[in-house]
Design a protein around this ligand. Sequence first.
Ligand SMILES: Cc1cc2nc3c(=O)[nH]c(=O)nc-3n(C[C@H](O)[C@H](O)[C@H](O)COP(=O)(O)OP(=O)(O)OC[C@H]3O[C@@H](n4cnc5c(N)ncnc54)[C@H](O)[C@@H]3O)c2cc1C
Length: 286
Amino acid sequence: MKARAFSYFRAATIDQALDAHARAGDDARFIAGGQSLVPALSLRLQATRLLIDITHIDELRGVRREGDALRIGALTRHCEMLSEPLIAEFAPLLHAAAPFVAHPAIRNRGTFGGSIALADPASEFPAMTLALDAEVEIAGPSGRRRVKADNFFIDLFETALQAGELITAIYVPLFKVGQRFAFDELARRRGDYALVGCGMLATCTDERIDDIRISFFSVGNTPTRVKGVEATLIGARLDAERIAAAQGALEGDLAPPDSDEVPPAMRLHLARVLLGRLLGRLGEGA
Ligand SMILES: Cc1cc2nc3c(=O)[nH]c(=O)nc-3n(C[C@H](O)[C@H](O)[C@H](O)COP(=O)(O)OP(=O)(O)OC[C@H]3O[C@@H](n4cnc5c(N)ncnc54)[C@H](O)[C@@H]3O)c2cc1C
């Protein structure tokens, strides 16, 4: 099968990309790594009259420190999440998640911004932006704004992005002394989308948790923070009793939908197992 015919425009600047989109109306798409969009066009699940190539816009590239945050340009490829030293040092949760995203060929082209814009609830990076309390920087016809990850993912493949808006960068608070993180996922085969996945970031003093953010993926329509579970852990030491209590609270936070692949009760069970493992690692100083 081939995609329906479309025109192609290569933008050199953000303004050019936004102008081209505005002129084409709803019938245009930005393309970054193309790892989700091209298959969708080729299978005719989607169609567009105009593809706006954003991969030559310098302002969307690069990883750098800005104050107490790491600015990760939207065009940062999944493979760079593994190779970029600043990400390993200041956003180690993203570095830990990166090898689980698809396969090397896809990681060589797929971009961080593309993954966040697509907001696949089974994807690793959108969920990790929630755990990291990241902010998404957006450029659009009416200017620039930043949206907290907590407010960005609205429903299945629906985000705070309005038509014609572009993600320019994601800002991640710098990893600090006293913080711990853990990430893992359960999948049938390495490289497959996860049956359940989870990442967490905690701030600890003397083995007690001052603050923790835990985010799951592949458990519903959006990446999902488990705030009830988080609340059971504040001020606590991660001993077996507390971990069991956190696992018990999970049911109040997650309501996996029915699916042919995994019944909801099984997915909840897998989420509980994963939560226990990751909290155990966190308690060991992961
Ligand atoms: C076989 C296969 C397995 C995969 N497995 C996984 C996996 O395990 N985990 C995972 O997370 N992903 C997986 N993916 C998806 C892959 O990671 C994609 O690269 C990613 O989801 C989208 O990034 P992209 O740069 O390729 O975006 P594109 O395909 O170029 O675009 C995707 C969507 O985002 C929009 N978009 C892109 N960039 C921007 C931007 N800066 N601002 C606004 N909108 C933008 C596009 O218009 C389009 O609607 C898999 C893909 C394939 C083909």
